[in-house]
Design a binder for this molecule. Sequence first.
Ligand code: ADP
Ligand code: MN
Length: 250
Amino acid sequence: DRIARRRDREFNEFRKRIKDTERFKLEESVFDEATYAAIYKLVQDGHIDAFGGPISTGKEANVYTAKAGEAEVAVKVYRINSSDFKDMRGYLDGDPRFEGIGQDKRKVVMAWVRKEFANLKRAQKAGVRVPNPIAVERNVLVMEYIATDGDRAKRLNEVHIENPETAYEVVAEYMQRLYDAGLVHGDLSEYNIVFHDGQLVVIDLGQAVTKHHPNAGDFLERDCENVADFFARQGMDVTGEQLYEFVSGE
Ligand code: ADP
Ligand code: MN
């Protein structure tokens, strides 16, 4: 009918607009038909107005900035054809929130993105500073853009840390709060913590698992090892075991 035809036409124009943007030509493979549709839905719902540039091209997802009214947001677009989807499947095991997802690639990626959104919410509620999650649609996540003077906030590996003791205390406290809320980050290191306005912000919670996950203990151990090693390189006398004890209370 007419309304559907009009919607199709609007969608096609929208898609063309994204495709014509110079910087997206390189990335066309990221945006399959269904991804355009998901982005279009986010536009219609008022979460995105216009795309900015890419800020990261990762193994599983690309992150872009976008305008949303006056605000700038970060948009994380997961590739459905991510080669690492088998790994993703494993991170959903034992998670009561995602039972019965099965082996379907598309479903696994979509569950993953919803999981990242839910993890951000849970972390936020537990008092851990993370990007505020705004919306999720299929394989696309919209969240607060952590930026200083318009530039993406630097990761801990990219900045000089004036006061490692304080930073370590904050990270340890965040890890404990997360653990008390039933979550283990699972990929915590200086690469997934950004520094912004004198605050530390934890990012990239897609792989975070609940304590029910069969490998939750191992993941926590690895997180503690990564974090302690980093701060040891900043001259601090800390070990992964100490941090593990602090975080888990064991
Ligand atoms: P990946 O799985 O590819 O590591 P991340 O979520 O860590 O995905 O994002 C990749 C990079 O994009 C980060 O290292 C960070 O520099 C930037 N980034 C991601 N999310 C945000 C955000 N909300 N605000 C600012 N920068 C972000
Ligand atoms: Mn990351």
